[in-house]
Every structure is written in structure tokens, then in C-alpha cells.
Design a protein around this ligand. Structure first.
Ligand code: UD1
Length: 421
């Protein structure tokens, strides 16, 4: 199993290119099941989660070729409407095939995702959405069995704004009979990108990027070619890496308009930013200032950047409070950050951070994707050497992060830690 060995204390300098968004690519790949034929998806990030969904697509019967950052998907002969436990347990987003399979085959058998490293993550809203479109859902030995002779449009109100449930329902509704209205829909850029892909396939959708999405169903869908939007979480992670190491860097091929809240917080924390259409330049200026953050649904501060912000605040010039309103249990990184010398007390869904002058390198363990990113950032800022174990978590969502960091001057190596976990 791989680990990172990081010698901290080097200010990052230079230019880094952002990859395509993982969370946009996953549902868009699944959506290729909706209409048989050949699709070309561009700017697909090379990540473990992408390999997992490609594997799942092959299990379902699609042909998938992935070269450079282009994915060719042929769903002409897809014939097995099932997502097995072995794949779903490694990636919750596999639930995204539920809507497309139900639409294409009138039935689907998809393993329930279960919990994740930091707590329960239910899929009740996905199932409620499918039922409201007319599907019969049964839970059987850990699987969702769904059936629908014909899906019918409906008015769907989500109590909680959910990225996954909005995406799944959108995919099921594009071919349903009649109109579907999703109220309290997710406004995240990844859902907008999915909607744009569905429109390129011939779907009739309005209200993308608002809480109120309308889908006129029964459209004739066809395969298409599409480019995935840049990853806003990777963008924000590199900017935070620039600030925590007191560096100066330019993040290119990104979409700054997707990161207003993060940019505002980085400025408050002392970053000097200049923002162009597709790039952001960051220069650290003076001490890092303590800034409170509360995560919220888009356009609020993303929960996927909560761990990285705690890492930044752990070397700030004072105290801050970071509260996660989306996933109240998402704090497994806190004990690991403490091993690096951070002064953090966690209570309920908040972390109370008292900035320290210096973090010190230590062996630490990744527990999930974004937690690993926070450990990498802290190790880059720390004095001395850190070993970060179980980096397979980070490979789920950051493309060649060590190579990108090396180009920015970081002292980081990937090695085999010789352990089987
Ligand atoms: C997506 C992202 C993930 C991000 C999260 C929140 C993908 C592949 N993953 O996850 O990186 O952290 O959005 O921005 O895009 N909920 C329910 N019932 C449901 C579904 C969700 O109660 O059926 C709740 C969740 O517990 C959570 C909230 O809704 O509190 C938001 O979750 P959701 O937006 O669905 O997250 P995901 O789509 O799973």
C-alpha cells in the first residue's frame, strides 16, 4: 500500500492545472446508460472513483475506453441492470446508476451504499424520488430492487437539498412521461453540468442552478460528446495549499465562479488573490488570519473543503471555529491533525482551533478522501518529515496530487509502505 513521505516547510510556487470534476463526471458517466450508443466524454479526471464507475459500467454491459482524459463509452449492448455490492461498497456514488437503469430497462437492482468512514449517509431521498416517479421499490438483503413499467413526471419536494438525489431524479425524469418539478433541488455546479449533458442528449430541462428544476419528459435522447467542468474542490485545495505554505501560485483551467465563498474566506485569511476568467493567482501576505467557517449547500462553503480549512486554521494567528452543517460527524482528520501538533478540540459538529506557530512532521493515517487532503496540506506546512499512510483515499479524488505538488516545489514522494491493511 502506498504512502506519501513529505518534507514540509517549502513555500509552493508556480502553476498548477486543474483536472475535470470527479463529482460531475460520475453522474454523467452513469447518464450514458440512458440512451444506447456511443458517447465521448472529455476532461475526465484520472482517479480511482472514475475507474470504479467505469468498472461498474462494464459490469452493466457497456464498453468503456479511457485514454488520456477522454472516455469513450458505448452503451449499445448494456444488458445487466445491476450494481453489485462489491463495487458500491467502494464508492457510494454508484447509486447514480439507479435512475438511468430504471429508465432504460424498467428495472434495476442496486446495492445499498451503507455508511461511510465518518457516519451514516442515507439514500432515502433517492428512493423517495424514484417512487414519486412511479417506481416500485423493495429492499431485499442489502439491495434496492426497483421496477417501473413507465416512469411518470411528478412534483417532488426534497426536505433536504441533496446533490445525489437531485441528479438521480433528473436522470430518471428526462424520459418519464410528462413534467417533473424538483423543489429544493441541489444548485451545485456538478448538477448544472449533469443537466447540461442531459440537454446535449436532447433533454428538456430548465431552472438548472436554482432550487426549482423543471424537466419536460418523454424526450428522444441520443448519445453526445461533452466536456466535464473543472473540479472546484481540487481548485480550492491547491489554493489553500498555496496559503498554508506561505507560497505564491496560479491555478489554471479552473472555473473561479464556482468558488466565490472559498475565495472570500481565503482573502479574509490573508491571501492576495487575482482572478481571471479561468485562472486564479494566490500570493500569501503576512500571517494567516483566523477565520470561522460554517459549511453549507452551494453556494456556501463546501463540506468537501472543511478538513482542509481546519488544516489552514491550525497554523493561523488566533482562534477559529469550523462547523459542518452537512455532515456533522465528518471530523476523523482531527485526531490525525493533532498528531502533527495542531491544537483542536472537537465538540458536536464544530472544531475549535487554536492556531500554533508551527506544526511538526509525524506519521499519520488517511481516513477518507478530504481528510487525506488536509493531512497533505498540514504536512506541507509542517517542520520536518511526515509519513501519510493509506493514500489510496486521496487517489479517489485528486489526480496525481504528488506530481502536481512536486511541480510546485513540494518535497513529496510516493512509496510503498510495505504493509497490507
Ligand atoms: C455529494 C458529493 C460529496 C459532497 C456532498 C455534499 C458526489 C459524488 N459526492 O454527495 O462529495 O460532500 O455532495 O456536498 O457528488 N441526505 C439524506 N438523504 C438522502 C441523500 C442525502 O438525508 O437520500 C442528506 C445527507 O445525509 C447530507 C445532505 O443530505 O446531510 C447532503 O447530501 P448529498 O448532497 O446527497 O451528498 P451526496 O450526493 O451523497
Amino acid at each position: 500500500m502506498d504512502k506519501f513521505v513529505i518534507e514540509g516547510g517549502v513555500p509552493l510556487k508556480g502553476e498548477v492545472q486543474i483536472s475535470g470534476s470527479k463529482n460531475a463526471a460520475l453522474p454523467i458517466i452513469a447518464a450514458c446508460l440512458l440512451a444506447p450508443g456511443q458517447y465521448i466524454l472529455k476532461n475526465i479526471p484520472r482517479l480511482r472513483d472514475i475507474r470504479t464507475i467505469a468498472h461498474l459500467m462494464r459490469v452493466i454491459g457497456a464498453k468503456v475506453e479511457f485514454e488520456n482524459h477522454s472516455m469513450k463509452i458505448d452503451t449499445t449492448h448494456a444488458d445487466f441492470p445491476e450494481a453489485p455490492y462489491e463495487l458500491v461498497k467502494t464508492m457510494r456514488a454508484s447509486i447514480y446508476v439507479l435512475g438511468p437503469l430504471l429508465t432504460r430497462f424498467g428495472k434495476a437492482r442496486v446495492s445499498m451504499p451503507g455508511g461511510c468512514a465518518w457516519g451514516p449517509r442515507p439514500v432515502d431521498l433517492h428512493l423517495k424520488g424514484m417512487e414519486l416517479l412511479g417506481a416500485k421499490i423493495e429492499l431485499d438483503r442489502g439491495y434496492v430492487n426497483a421496477r417501473a413499467d413507465k416512469l411518470r413526471g411528478n412534483h417532488i419536494y426534497f426536505d433536504v437539498s441533496s446533490v445525489g438525489a437531485t441528479g438521480n431524479v433528473m436522470m430518471a425524469a428526462v424520459s418519464a412521461q410528462g413534467t417533473t418539478i424538483i423543489e429544493n433541488a441541489a444548485e451545485e455546479p456538478e448538477i448544472v453540468n449533469l443537466g447540461e449533458f442531459l440537454i446535449a442528449m436532447g433533454a428538456n430541462i430548465s431552472g438548472l442552478g436554482t432550487k426549482h428544476i423543471t424537466i419536460e419528459g418523454s424526450s428522444e435522447l441520443h448519445p453526445t460528446e461533452f466536456t466535464i467542468t473543472p473540479d472546484r474542490i481540487e481548485t480550492a485545495t491547491f489554493l489553500t495549499a498555496g496559503l498554508i505554505t506561505r507560497g505564491e501560485l496560479t491555478v489554471t483551467r479552473c472555473q473561479p465562479e464556482h468558488s466565490h465563498e472559498v475565495l472570500a474566506k481565503l482573502k479574509e485569511a490573508g491571501a492576495k488573490l487575482s482572478v481571471e476568467l479561468n485562472s486564479i493567482h494566490l500570493k500569501s501576505a503576512g500571517a494567516i488570519q483566523p477565520v470561522d467557517v460554517t459549511t453549507a449547500i452551494y453556494p456556501g462553503y463546501p463540506t468537501d473543503m472543511q478538513a482542509q480549512w481546519i488544516a489552514l486554521m491550525s497554523v493561523a494567528n488566533g482562534r477559529s471555529v469550523i462547523t459542518d452543517m452537512i455532515y456533522p460527524d465528518r471530523f476523523t482528520h482531527v485526531p490525525e491533525l493533532r498528531r502533527l501538533g495542531a491544537d483542536i478540540v472537537q465538540k458536536n459538529n464544530s472544531a475549535f482551533v487554536k492556531g500554533v506557530a508551527k506544526l511538526k512532521g509525524a506519521p499519520v493515517m488517511s481516513t477518507d478522501l478530504r481528510a487525506s487532503a488536509s493531512l497533505v496540506l498540514s504536512a506541507l506546512a509542517a517542520e520536518g518529515v511526515s509519513d501519510i499512510h493509506r493514500v489510496y483515499h486521496i487517489d479517489r479524488g485528486y489526480e496525481r496530487i504528488e506530481e502536481k505538488l512536486k511541480k510546485l516545489g513540494a518535497k513529496i514522494e510516493r512509496t510503498d509502505d510495505g504493509k497490507m491493511y
